[in-house]
Design a binder for this molecule. Sequence first.
Ligand SMILES: Nc1ncnc2c1ncn2[C@@H]1O[C@H](COP(=O)(O)OP(=O)(O)OP(=O)(O)O)[C@@H](O)[C@H]1O
Ligand SMILES: O=P(O)(O)OC[C@H]1O[C@H](OP(=O)(O)OP(=O)(O)O)[C@H](O)[C@@H]1O
Length: 212
Amino acid sequence: MTDNGVLKVAMPKGRIYKQASKLFRQAGLPIPEDFDDSRKLIIPVPEANMEFIMAKPVDVPTYVEYGVADIGIVGKDVLMEENKDVYELLDLGIAKCRMSVIGLPDWKPVIHPRVATKYPRVASQYFREQGQQVEVIKLNGSIELAPLIGLADRIVDMVETGKTLQENGLVERETLFQVTSRLIANRVSYRMKNVSIQSLCDRLNAIISSGV
Ligand SMILES: Nc1ncnc2c1ncn2[C@@H]1O[C@H](COP(=O)(O)OP(=O)(O)OP(=O)(O)O)[C@@H](O)[C@H]1O
Ligand SMILES: O=P(O)(O)OC[C@H]1O[C@H](OP(=O)(O)OP(=O)(O)O)[C@H](O)[C@@H]1O
């Protein structure tokens, strides 16, 4: 079977972009260097028969589920939270961090704690599995503020270096899961553009497993 059409890739702007574009370049996909600082949102790479759609990370699963992007790159955190109907094809092993429960050092058991997070679905599911009733408060950033100013007893947030926790006098209590970025695919595109998607996966896999 041959594939028709350009392969549309939802590429997250921000933290993941640098590592993802490096991986793609190592895999021989010619993302021009001048795109790194560009404000252009659609970046055609005709030599590779690809087009990059520069997306806010949290929106990547939506573009892929709706098929406006055939494939996308997204953190496991966002993938779990957004819970979209997409295939997870490959663990790219980049943008490593972890999802954790965090609180003040004088951690006390609380009957019905308030938990602030950017990830309400992930947090609710975790505490439900723990058999603990919590009130989840959705925030959009600076999550570490919540316990410091008395909004919440705990937070569920990403930890990478631990610098944010350290500088704000907070402690990590439990890790929910490790996070890396994943390659995801639209279900129909995966069938219709299987040859090009599979060939991309093979090239990326070769780089990932060589540990370069
Ligand atoms: N220290 C970290 N904090 C948060 N996410 C991290 C960290 N390190 C790696 N990541 C990964 O990077 C992704 C977040 O990237 P980024 O911070 O660019 O997006 P964002 O939080 O949506 O930012 P913004 O809201 O500013 O656009 C996460 O989904 C996660 O997979
Ligand atoms: O362990 P560290 O290396 O300190 O990284 C973790 C911090 O980075 C992220 O915040 P981000 O910079 O995305 O800011 P925001 O969520 O507050 O907008 C995350 O929400 C933590 O606050």
